[in-house]
Design a protein around this ligand. Sequence first.
Ligand code: ZN
Length: 343
Amino acid sequence: MTAAPDDAALPWLAGPAHDIATKQRGHALLVQGNPGAGVFELALRVARTWLCETDGADAPCGRCTACHLLASNSHPDFRALLPELTQVELGWSVGGAEAADAGDGEGKAKKKPSKEIRIEAVRDAISWTQKSSSRGRAKVLLLFPADAMNLVASNALLKTLEEPPQGVRLLLVAEDAERLLPTLRSRCQRLLFAGPTPAQALAWLEGQGVVNAPVLLAAAGGHPLAARRLAADGFDAAAWIALPKRIADGKWEPPAGATVPRLREVLQKLCHDAMAVAAGAAPRYFPATSLPPPAAWPKLADWSQSLARLARHDEHPFNAPLITDSLLAEAKAVWTKPRGRAA
Ligand SMILES: [Zn+2]
């Protein structure tokens, strides 16, 4: 069984987690923040603080029985609902909740991990909240990302959110709270997690032994956990720096196995930075010196809209090589001067 992620190792979580755990009295909290900045680990730390059995603890003590049970993911009064895909990404295994899927795998081809928090898991968790607490402190149900619940699952949770059983606290975690049903949002107390400062993020990343940490951190939008994942996936800093000009020149080839959503993300980062520079601001994802010369604003605006449209559909199956070619041609065209006209 996989141990829970070590939230104590993310030093920027202690302050916000302490504030939430000790000052927020609501039974249903909606914590909004970026997963790459540690918003899930933050919520986990809040849950651990609530369930810690050391008297007067305003942070998880790490020594009591409850803390040990939480660290091994086996506390009977804690449950996390995560889509299968998120569990895989986090290297996290959830006791109990995903058991609903256990029966249908036999003899069939392996299914792709689900991106949804399933209705069965939500119903199961709701009936779990109705039983009394095993260790007599509280019960905590964490949902991450909460927008992975579809309409049916969200609706099933409404009543529990409105009137949770005695001692039950719900932690909904989402990157973008606007993607939740308004009826869910309105029943929660909303909190915003800003993440680490750039200096904290960089110091932590360097402490993890990540080389080219500033380039990785920028490529990951300033989110240190996302940057560490890039490093683990073999991120090539030199190739990243060379990428903008190669794309503008039409000379870039996506790495083997690159998916359309992944390519679209990279192009959106480049588009973002090209627009920032065109507007006189600093780029976010690429070093300023790595960017091609400023492009015409109307072309950038069209490109940005086109990528945003694709983002709404890129889970759909389509002809990936065809889309890849057209995406790269579109990107190159942004920097191609019209023929026969003065620039
Ligand atoms: Zn403890």
